[in-house]
Every structure is written in C-alpha cells, then in structure tokens.
Design a protein around this ligand. Structure first.
Ligand SMILES: *[C@@H]1O[C@H](CO)[C@@H](O)[C@H](O)[C@H]1NC(C)=O
Ligand SMILES: *[C@@H]1O[C@H](CO)[C@@H](O)[C@H](O)[C@H]1NC(C)=O
Length: 594
C-alpha cells in the first residue's frame, strides 16, 4: 500500500483540540522532515500543543477574526441579497404590466429619478423570477433593462450570476467589476468574481478576491475559506515547481545534516561501545584515498559542503572505500533533494557491499519521502534479513511507522532498538512520544522523565519534556523545562522558540518576538524559529514583516514539497497585503488580533 500524505497526520490526539489549523497540506512536509531529524519532532509537538505553526496563515485567518469583538459594519441593504428565487412582493408585480424593457433611452431619460428606480426594481424582480426558473438568457435581458434605468450594483451582480451559470466567465468578471466599482464591499460580487477567476484558472487573482471576501465576511462562508486554502496551495505548488527547475541544489543547515547523520549512527555507537571500531583507516597511497580520508575528516568536523566535494573526488579517482564513498555521496544527494542521484549512488554502494545496512535504510528514507511505503518496507526487511541486530534499522522503521501513524508498530520497533542499544536518547524519546500519542499519557510522560537519569545533561530531553508539559497545559513546568534546556545547551534554537510560544500563549507577543530573535541569533537557519516568528508577527498583523521571515523559510526549503508548503504561507500573506492595499479602512478595523 502506498503511503498517502494525508495519512501523515502530524498531530495525533491533539487534533481535535486544535481544529482547522491541523491542515493536511503541511502533513507530508512535516512528517518527512520529522522522520529525518529529531529537531522536527519538537516542532511537531509544538504544533499539536499550540496550534500555531501548522497552517499558520490559514489558521490565523480563519480563527482570529471570529474571536474579535463584534465590530461589523452596519448592515448594508444588499446583505445576503443574491438572486432570490422567491418573490415576496409578487402581489404588487401582478399590477406591473408596463413593458419597461421597451423604453428607449430618451424615454428613460425623461422619467423622474423616483420612477426610474421603481421601474428598475420591477425589472430586477422579473429578472429574479427568470433566474429562479433557470431562464438565464431572459434574466440577463431583464437585468440589462433594469440597468438602463438605474445602475445598481445588485443588478450587475445578479446579471453576473446569470453569466456565471452560462459559463460566460469574462462577462461575469466584467459585471462583478462594475458592481464593485459601485460598492467595493459587495461580498457576493467578490465571491462571484473569485469563482469566475478560478474557473478561468486565474488562480492568484481568485485567491485575492476570496481573501478579501473572507476577511470582510469574518470567515463565515466556509466554502470561501476553503477556497483560500485550495487556491493558495495551487499557486504555491505551481510556483514551487517553477522554482525547483533552476534552483541550485544546496545542503540544508549544518545542524540539520549533522542530525541526519547522527540518526544513522546508533549501531556504530553500539559497536564502538563493544570495543570494535566501525571506522576503518588505511594508508593513503593514491589521490582518491587521500580525498576519502579528507572527506571523512570533514564529516567529523561537520564541514558538509567540503565533505561532499571530497567524496565526489574520491569516487572519481577511486579509493579502497568505494561503497562508503558512494553511500555518503548518495546521502548528500538526498539532502540536496536530488533523489535520483541519491538512489543511484546507494544502489552502487549496495552492489559493492551487499550487506551495507545503512544504504538500505537510506533507500527506505527516500522511498518514504516519495510516499512509497511498500518499497520502504521491503528495504527494511532486506536490512533485517542481512543484519538482524542492527539498532538503526528498528529506529528508522519506527520513525516511518510513527509518521504514518502506525503507533503500535512504531512502539515495537523502538523497543527492539532500545533492547539492542539503550544509550541513544532519541529512541527513548520517540518511544515516549508514540505512547503519549496513542493515549498512554502518563506512561509516555514517565518514559521521558526517566531519560533524565541517563541523559539529564542533554538540553534536548528538557526541551521535549517541556513540550509535553505544554501539551498537558502545565505551563509553569513547561517553562521550567525550557529554561533548563536553555541553560544546558547554548546552540539550540528550539527551547527559545518554545519559550516564545509560551509567551504567545500568555498574550505577550512582544516578549515572544524577543525570544524568537534569540533563537534566530543562535541558529539563523532554524525553520522552527522562522515559522514561529512569522506566525507571531502575523498574529500582530505585522504582515509585511512576517512575510520577510516566511521568505527566509522558503529559501531554506529542501524539496519541492517543502517549498510549496512554505510558499503557501507567503501567498496567503501576500493576498492579505493586497487586501490591506485595496481596503485600507477595513484593514485597520480588522487589525485587532489580541
Ligand atoms: C490554476 O489552477 C488549476 C486547477 O484549478 C490548474 O490546473 C492550473 O494549472 C492553475 N494555473 C496556474 C497558472 O497556476
Ligand atoms: C459562499 O461563497 C461561495 C463562493 O465561494 C458562494 O457561491 C456562496 O453563495 C456563498 N454563500 C453565502 C451564504 O454567501
């Protein structure tokens, strides 16, 4: 069975509480990242706890205006006026047999204003009846006649509806434009124009109109709110696809890469603990050998770009560790999102060294990212057959099970991995999180708490515990844990981000912003911090500023999927800015957000 991205529900039991923010659009993106790096598990928990990061823009849009004090504009005469099917004043219409349609412009001109308005109203009512009977051509004629008497935005909008029903989208748009010139706050006309734009695939323009209509309507119209989600996603996907085409491949942040490799070194640690060293050294006779040695040195010092280049050279010149060199280069290709090249290198490594477990696991990761659960599983099974006591295998299979929400299987895998090697913190953490998510709250929590005995000096464990406390709404404990994490680890952005989220939760966005700045000082490439920052700014309606951070997150995106997810926020923010430009008076009115 192939793994669908929507199965990657990232927010487990907190989903119900967080509601619409748990949009599935970022599901695959989050979970694959989650799969790769422990950092993102924290991110992930942040999400379920605070509901702020996933679907940032959409959530913000769809939730905050509702919570604000009722400050709606006075009811306009055409509020809720569409093309009504029933005709309340039919009695009066019966008397109206005047054929206004046949009036010449001169005759109309000659009528007093009052009379003209009456005539137009009569024609509109006839138009509405024709519309109700689905006689759109007739209705169009009647509205056109009505407009000859009186240029009312409603007549334009109603005629637009007829055009829309007869697939005349250009005319729909033109009539909505006319209606909106007369009344720029005409929500129905905005929605209608948006639909016409969408049908004619003018996706971004449609997004702008839906955004305006939703903001003005306080998100009461669900189908319009869904349209924002749908169209922003489409526009972002299209754009991401374009951008990927001539995007130079680059490695993710140094820390990200380090964590990636770290997660494939559990078994190596086990072997090292047992006395056998996994590292092989050899005399460097030829150039290729030298490059390989250099590359390994770069790896140890986290100079990833240099390492990548050196492996490339080692392969080109030939060395005695060709399988390893291919495996490393394949990993770098994967990290640069060059999946085909990555698979080719990993296959080459396995050709040269068939029992190369790590290569199997990394292939599984790639298949996972491609939503190919079947192939991923088969790689795991092969690895287990060849190397049944390798702790890495169970950890990684556990990760796959975790992100695909097969939590029971994940738990079995983590337990097996721990049984083989119990000194890797993250296996314990994952086990705890899986239990927690499965609803064994106390047990999950105590697994993490127990980690303090062995890993108490790790900043990460305090941060994880803090996040669980946060999720349990034990905010003071959460804060204490984040502060402990900060005191233990100077180089991690996550606890600062979490502190920021706590501040946000306590309605202190200024302080939240400050902690996010600290996080970004520590790690300017922390996507967690960038996302939190843009969210925090967004909730204060500092859209322009939020956008700059969103754009930085876009620059960091590794795969097309990640890029599209990051761009979606950018698109939503841009649509909001467009609204602010077009409706400055409404934008001010709505800039409450507290
Ligand atoms: C707009 O969205 C449609 C799907 O509704 C898609 O087929 C089309 O490619 C998109 N066009 C652009 C220019 O993004
Ligand atoms: C909600 O918006 C859709 C277009 O997105 C529109 O067709 C529908 O009439 C709107 N509903 C209401 C009650 O305004």
């Amino acid at each position: 069975m192939s793994v669908q991205s929507s199965n990657y529900s990232t927010n487990g039991n907190a989903e119900a509480a967080t509601g619409p923010s748990a949009s599935e659009n970022t599901g695959a993106f989050q979970s694959v990242k989650t799969y790769l790096s422990n950092k993102d598990y924290k991110f992930y928990l942040c999400l379920s706890a605070t509901a702020v990061l996933v679907g940032a823009g959409v959530y913000y849009f769809s939730s905050s205006p509702k919570s604000k004090k009722k400050k709606r504009p006075p009811k306009r005469r055409h509020q809720g006026t569409g093309v009504k099917k029933s005709e309340p004043r039919s009695a009066k219409n019966k008397e109206d047999v005047v054929e206004y349609e046949k009036f010449t412009p001169e005759q109309i001109e000659a009528l007093p204003m009052e009379k003209r308005i009456d005539a137009a109203q009569t024609l509109k009512e006839r138009g509405n009846r024709a519309f109700g009977a689905k006689r759109y051509g007739k209705a169009i004629d009647l509205y056109t006649s009505a407009l000859a008497f009186n240029k009312d935005s409603i007549y334009y909008s109603n005629r637009a509806a007829c055009y829309f029903h007869t697939q005349q989208y250009e005319n729909t748009i033109n009539d909505c434009n006319e209606a909106l010139v007369i009344d720029k706050h005409y929500i129905k006309a905005l929605n209608r124009r948006a639909s016409a734009y969408e049908f004619t695939k003018q996706n971004r323009t449609a997004l702008n109109d839906y955004t305006a209509s939703c903001i003005m309507d306080n998100f009461r119209n669900e189908s319009s709110a869904e349209a924002i989600e749908r169209l922003s996603k489409l526009v972002a996907q299209e754009e991401a696809h374009e951008m990927m085409r001539d995007r130079p491949s680059r490695l993710p942040s140094t820390k990200y890469v380090a964590r990636y490799f770290d997660a494939y070194g559990i078994d190596k640690r086990r072997r090292a603990d047992g006395g056998t060293n996994g590292e092989i050294t050899s005399d460097s006779e030829n150039k290729g050998e030298e490059y390989y040695e250099k590359a390994m040195q770069h790896v140890r010092q986290h100079r990833w770009q240099e390492a990548m280049e050196a492996f490339d050279k080692a392969i080109e010149l030939g060395c005695s560790h060709m399988a390893e060199a291919y495996e490393y280069r394949g990993s770098f290709h994967f990290l640069c999102a060059s999946t085909d090249k990555a698979l080719a290198d990993l296959n080459k490594a396995l050709e040269l060294k068939p029992d190369f477990t790590r290569a199997h696991l990394k292939k599984a990761t790639i298949y996972m990212e491609q939503n190919n659960g079947e192939e991923a599983n088969s790689e795991f099974e092969t690895a287990i057959r060849k190397d049944p006591n390798n702790a890495d295998i169970y950890y990684h299979r556990g990760q796959v099970n975790f992100v695909t929400n097969k939590l029971e299987d994940a738990i079995k895998d983590y337990e097996k991995s721990i049984q083989l090697y119990d000194k890797y913190l993250y296996t314990h953490v994952q086990l705890g999180l899986a239990k927690y998510r499965l609803g064994f709250i106390e047990e999950g929590y105590s697994i993490l708490e127990k980690c303090l005995e062995k890993f108490g000096e790790s900043s990460d464990i305090h941060n994880f515990l803090g996040e669980l406390c946060y999720d349990l709404q034990r905010f003071d404990e959460a804060l204490a844990n984040f502060e402990k994490a900060i005191s233990l680890g100077a180089d991690d952005a996550a606890p600062y981000v979490n502190k920021a989220l706590l501040c946000l939760q306590k309605q202190d966005p200024a302080q939240a912003e400050e902690f996010c700045h600290k996080a970004l000082e520590i790690d300017p490439e922390s996507d967690v911090a960038l996302n939190a920052m843009s969210q925090i700014l967004h909730t204060q309606n500092k859209v322009e500023e939020a956008l700059t951070y969103m754009k930085r997150a876009v620059d960091l995106a590794r795969t097309e999927e990640e890029l599209a997810a990051a761009l979606q926020y950018v698109e939503i923010a841009k649509a909001q800015l467009e609204f602010q430009r077009n409706y400055p008076e409404r934008a001010n009115e709505l800039s409450m957000r507290r």
